[in-house]
Ligand binder design. Structure first.
Ligand code: HEC
Length: 235
């Protein structure tokens, strides 16, 4: 007997299930239609579908929609200050990007010419080791290298007189082996490698330096302590 009632229940339950399966999506579709119409034309009510369906679905779906809306608003509110911060950071980052924007072709040319410096200053610009000593000073963060470009230009064009015995090498005049473009490029390269960052040295600056320092009579190199005074005298 109970089996029979169970059997007779089953179709009823599955029909009920089917009705819900149809009604629930239908209610959602109606809700979406109403919400969509409200967005486009303002609130306009056209109860085309059975009122029961709309009424039954509304209390359930509406709070959900309301709950979703503030969440989205909160999201955009939270995102707005972040966007403002990013915008505020952009101008601060710009000068750095500008200083680092060196023509890659100039860097490549400078790197090629650097082969003649690497014998003493090392392939990594840290100064080549010669036993416990160095052949030449490190370029990393060198004030002599990274300031007024006329200083390193004078160094390469005239050399440095040997006074410092800490280094095994000697900074000889090397300008004869570099045209203006290569002289500028090699200095631009060392000023912008291994963490260094300084404005590019132009071929015009190199040509001007070659011309104005030509009269500097220092066959054994300029004394290190006189570099700045000579540069100042030729401004
Ligand atoms: C034969 C070794 C040798 C070679 C090659 C050489 N240098 Fe030097 N360089 C030195 C020595 C040694 C010093 C330090 C001189 C001193 O202070 O007495 C020096 C110093 C310098 C300095 C000053 C840096 C500082 O912080 O004191 C610059 C700039 C420089 N060299 C650039 C170059 C460039 C560019 C080349 C390649 C075109 C080059 N050198 C090739 C040995 C060399």
């Amino acid at each position: 007997m109970s089996d029979e009632s169970h059997e007779s229940n089953s179709p009823f339950v599955s029909i009920l299930g089917n009705v819900f399966l149809v009604l629930v999506p239908l209610a959602l579709i109606v809700m979406l239609g109403i919400v969509g119409a409200a967005f486009v034309k303002g609130v306009r009510e056209e109860p085309v579908k059975p009122e029961e369906v709309v009424a039954a679905a509304a209390p359930v779906a509406a709070p959900a929609a309301e709950a979703a809306a503030p969440a989205e608003v909160a999201k955009t509110d939270a995102a707005a200050p972040a966007a403002k911060e990013a915008a505020a950071e952009a101008p601060a980052a710009a000068p750095e990007a500008k200083a680092a924007a060196i023509d890659p072709a100039v860097m490549a040319m400078g790197q090629a010419s650097y082969a003649m410096c690497a014998a003493c200053h090392g392939p990594d610009g840290a100064g080549l080791k010669a036993g416990p000593a160095l052949m030449a000073p490190s370029f990393h963060g060198s004030e002599t290298l990274l300031g007024d470009p006329d200083i390193p230009l004078l160094v390469v064009l005239k050399g440095i007189a040997k006074e410092n015995m800490d280094y095994m090498g000697m900074m000889a005049p090397l300008g004869a082996g570099l045209d203006d473009e290569k002289l500028a490029a090699v200095l631009t390269y060392v000023r912008n490698s291994w963490g260094n960052s300084a404005p590019a040295v132009t071929a015009e600056q190199a040509a001007a330096a070659r011309a104005k320092f030509a009269e500097v009579n220092a066959p054994a190199g300029v004394k290190r302590g006189e570099l700045q005074a000579i540069v100042d005298a030729h401004k």
